[in-house]
Design a protein around this ligand. Structure first.
Ligand code: FES
Length: 151
């Protein structure tokens, strides 16, 4: 167990709070061994899983999407490059959609986004009397990934 990391070491190196590490372990996204005293000890490769989780959360992926992606990794050995390539391939379409959505947001914010505010001159032309509301909630002129999560 000498080359294993303590929860404080993983928290410091990953940037996640220890409470988050315990949460992700409960969610089955990361794994920890236990010492005879019951303390958590982590394999160093868990740091890459945590970095992956941080990036995924940053681009708005759900815990379920992250869990599905991480389930592609082997549990019986340390993941290698080929394993991570498999994940990035499985995610390519999802990330491409996020990239397109963010580009549209970047380029569309000075125009009417169909949010119902009717506050811009442009809204009168693009969204008279908020007709966009018939298409759903949120900024309906923006791509789906930028719409509020369905409650
Ligand atoms: S920007 Fe809000 S309705 Fe046009």
């Amino acid at each position: 167990m000498d080359d294993l990391l303590t929860i404080s070491q993983v928290a410091e190196r990953s940037g996640f709070a220890t409470s988050a590490l315990r949460f992700y372990e409960r969610e089955g996204l990361i794994e920890a061994h236990r010492t005879t005293g019951g303390q958590r000890r982590y394999e160093r490769h868990e740091l890459r899983r945590l970095a992956f989780i941080a990036a995924a959360r940053h681009v708005g992926l759900s815990l379920d999407e992250i869990r599905d992606a991480l389930s592609l990794l082997p549990s019986e050995r340390h993941p290698n490059k080929a394993d991570w390539t498999r994940i990035s391939r499985s995610w390519r379409r999802r990330l491409d959609a996020e990239i397109i959505a963010l580009e549209k947001l970047r380029d569309g914010l000075d125009g009417c986004i169909g949010c119902g505010c009717l506050s811009l001159q442009r809204c009168r032309l693009s969204n008279p009397r908020d007709t966009a509301a018939t298409r759903g909630s949120g900024a309906v002129f923006l791509p789906q990934p930028l719409h509020p999560p369905q409650s």
